[in-house]
Design a protein around this ligand. Structure first.
Ligand code: GDP
Ligand code: MG
Length: 439
């Protein structure tokens, strides 16, 4: 990863005087690579690197940090600053209702985010009204109504009526029913177009939202920058919500979008579920962007070691929930090839929690041998139906494999935990086959 690469460059420098222009230039070449790998816009990278260089050159090398750590620290501080510094909140109207208008391209996640936002803000005591102003696809209204039912929150709709009228009527409705938050779900298009922009501008002009939030798909990378720029120029955005940051998105789009529009990123979408919306934390995103080098290392490592086909098959089994003990053994053997599990997971940004869960189920050589012996002592039927292995079967398996019944119990428990964890993991990697991370 970036940290390691910088350590190599600086290995002789610790505690020696100042960071020279030469040292910093060398380090910044690595930083530049990491940012480009993270899909940060080229112009943004160039400007950023120049800024960090200026700040880093001539700094005293601190005793407590290695020069590499010190450069990383500066880079991280500057990245965090670029991403907005601190967390930005939404504007709450002094006179309710607060009106939030969600805009963005089709598929960006507006409707889903409307539901998530309603949920998040209702936890903070708000009383949301969801407004269906995407009239072009009947399914869009239905989608919002379904979310409303799940959330037990009202959804305002006038069918295919003019969206400007819908928005206006919704605000009146909120006033008369004591709803203090109006969330307007608008239509999108596949590409930016005049007609859409005019419609959104008309809604804006009529209901005067307190927040116009652009919902943008982080997976679209560089394209997100153009989208954000256009919407901002036409509508004047108050903030951005980045969705699909739970996927393989490298996070660089967040940086570029923020830099190009100057608009704060206010929330991050981390999954399809209704509670998968988080306030956006610039420092965490900086970590994610800097962690990219590690991420790539991991993917390379995984690709080199994993049998992709086998991984894809396993992934499918996990989805269908028929992951059995034979797969478990395969899995252990595969993971073993990757190296210590903790270290592998530690390379994935945001995987800290899972790493902790795994601490007490590390795989060592001896244990793997024991697991193999136990599983080989089972009949094929038992391997397919671990949950049906009863006491007498356990005794037989224990005897056959030279273990104790409690060892069998422990293995079965470990299997269950792994199965659960694999489900979580496969949720993180849609599709699964690529890179084999999910398997
Ligand atoms: P809209 O056309 O902008 O209204 O987009 P939708 O809200 O219909 O979302 C499009 C797709 O993206 C749906 O399948 C959502 O479940 C999915 N989606 C939205 N936000 C996220 C997110 O943060 N993470 C993931 N993984 N999927 C998301
Ligand atoms: Mg929608």
């Amino acid at each position: 990863g970036l940290g390691d690469r910088l350590e190599v460059i600086f290995k002789s420098l610790k505690g020696k005087g100042r960071l020279t222009a030469e040292d910093v230039s060398q380090a910044m070449r690595e930083v530049k690579m990491a940012l480009l790998e993270a899909d940060v816009n080229f112009k943004v990278v160039k400007e950023f690197v120049a800024q960090v260089k200026e700040r880093a050159i001539g700094q005293d090398v601190l005793e407590s940090l290695s020069p590499a750590q010190q450069v990383i620290k500066i880079v991280k501080e500057e990245l965090t600053e670029l991403l907005g510094g601190t967390q930005s909140k939404i504007n709450i109207a002094s006179k309710p209702p607060t009106i939030i208008m969600l805009v963005g391209l089709q598929g960006a996640g507006k409707t889903t985010t409307a539901g998530k936002l309603a949920k998040l803000l209702s936890k903070q005591g708000r009383r949301p009204l969801l407004v269906a102003a995407d009239i072009y696809r009947p399914a869009a209204i239905k989608q919002l109504q379904v979310l409303g039912e799940q959330l037990k929150m009202p959804v305002f709709t006038l069918g295919q009526e003019n969206p400007v009228k819908i928005a206006q009527a919704a605000v009146e409705d909120a006033n008369s029913t004591g709803r203090d938050l109006v969330i307007i779900d608008t239509a999108g298009r596949l590409h930016i177009n005049e007609e859409l922009m005019d419609e959104l501008a008309n809604i804006k002009g009529t209901v005067k939202p307190h927040e116009i939030l652009l919902v943008v798909d982080a997976m679209t990378g560089q394209e997100a920058v153009n989208v954000a720029d256009s919407f901002n120029q036409k509508l004047g955005l108050d903030g951005i919500i980045m969705t699909k940051l739970d996927g393989d998105a490298r996070g660089g789009a967040a940086l570029s979008v923020r830099k190009v529009t100057g608009c704060p990123i206010k929330f991050a979408g981390m999954g399809e579920k209704l509670d998968a919306l988080e306030p956006f934390h610039p420092d965490r995103m900086a970590d994610r962007i800097l962690g990219m080098g590690d991420m790539l290392t991991l993917i390379e490592k995984a690709q080199a070691n994993f049998d992709a086909e086998q991984a894809a098959k396993l992934n499918q089994k996990i989805r269908k929930a028929d992951f059995n003990l034979e797969d478990f053994l395969d899995q252990m053997q595969q993971v073993k090839k990757l190296g210590p599990l903790e270290q592998v997971l530690g390379m994935i940004p945001g995987m800290g929690k899972l790493t902790k869960q795994l601490k007490d189920q590390q795989i060592d050589e001896k244990e793997l041998g024991q697991v193999e012996a136990i599983i080989h002592s089972m009949t094929p039927w038992e391997r397919q139906h671990p949950e049906r292995i009863d006491g007498s079967r356990k005794k037989r398996i224990a005897r056959g494999s030279g273990n104790r019944v409690q060892d069998i119990n422990q293995l079965l428990k470990q299997f269950e935990q792994t199965k659960k964890m694999m489900k979580q993991l496969s949720g993180l990697t849609k599709g699964g086959g690529k890179g084999g991370k999910g398997g």
